[in-house]
Design a protein around this ligand. Structure first.
Ligand SMILES: C[S@@+](CC[C@H](N)C(=O)[O-])C[C@H]1O[C@@H](n2cnc3c(N)ncnc32)[C@H](O)[C@@H]1O
Length: 224
């Protein structure tokens, strides 16, 4: 179901334009991956530093906490829904974090927007599971997305994924290992694991409060 456009959305997006880039293209062909509107990542942030991105940042809780804890990282939080992203930007703007910026774009188009091999880490936090088999290609760890990530990740770049969904997690393990990534640091219950630097997201807090286990993986680009 498509969410109704928020009242005053355009004006609210205008108010946060200091930290927000909007990607708009007439070309809706997902298979077209030619660079089109490449971001100047060094110019976007206050200073050149390693770049981490989060795809599907929702209301941006993880992005705000991560950027505040890690001033040595430039963090680009990406979300396809302007309705949702506007709230993330409104919460981030008063914090004046020089290493946090937002991009309104679909993951499908990232190789058109993000310079090749410029990203050190991709976070996929509680991505939509798309449970129907016929929608498997919409999952953010399906082969078509992994090939986009291969073009923007540095040679030793990583993907870190968290989810409450066992089906999506199993799918991700399979897709990543079949598409040029090496798996490491896997947990079937992140909150009761030895991994102690976890930053919870909005969805994660809800699922954890319901007693659900959080699945976690890290995947590194395999050397070719
Ligand atoms: C379930 S929410 C999780 C939000 C947040 N990461 C969290 O953990 O609280 C998934 C988000 O991913 C976004 N999303 C889904 N598919 C996307 C895509 N292809 N490109 C960019 N964002 C996407 C959705 O709009 C939604 O806001």
């Amino acid at each position: 179901m498509r969410m109704r456009k928020k009242k005053n959305l355009d004006a609210r997006l205008q108010n946060v334009q200091a930290i927000l880039t909007v990607y708009q293209s007439e070309n809706k062909n997902f298979s077209c991956t030619q660079p089109e509107q490449l971001l100047d990542l060094d110019g976007l942030f206050a200073k050149p530093q390693p770049v981490f991105i989060e795809i599907g940042c929702g209301k941006g809780g993880f992005a705000r906490k991560f950027a505040a804890l890690h001033p040595e990282i430039n963090f680009l939080a990406i979300e396809k829904s302007a309705n949702v992203l506007v709230e993330a930007c409104e919460k981030a703007l008063p914090l004046q974090l020089p290493n946090l910026r937002f991009l309104n774009a679909q993951a499908e188009y990232l190789s058109r927007i993000i310079p090749p091999h410029s990203v050190e880490r991709i976070f996929l936090n509680f991505s939509c599971p798309f449970p129907k088999k016929s929608y498997a290609s919409h999952r953010l760890t399906s082969a078509r997305f992994l090939s986009v990530y291969q073009t923007i990740l540095k040679p030793d770049g990583e993907i870190h994924q968290k989810t409450d969904n066992a089906m999506l997690f199993a799918f991700s393990l399979e897709q990543l290992s079949q598409n040029g990534f090496m798996l490491q640091n896997i947990s079937l219950d992140l909150h009761h694991s030895a991994i102690d630097d976890n930053i919870p997201t909005e969805y994660e807090e809800k699922f954890a409060a319901m007693g659900l286990p959080i699945y976690y993986l890290e995947a590194k680009r395999a050397k070719t």
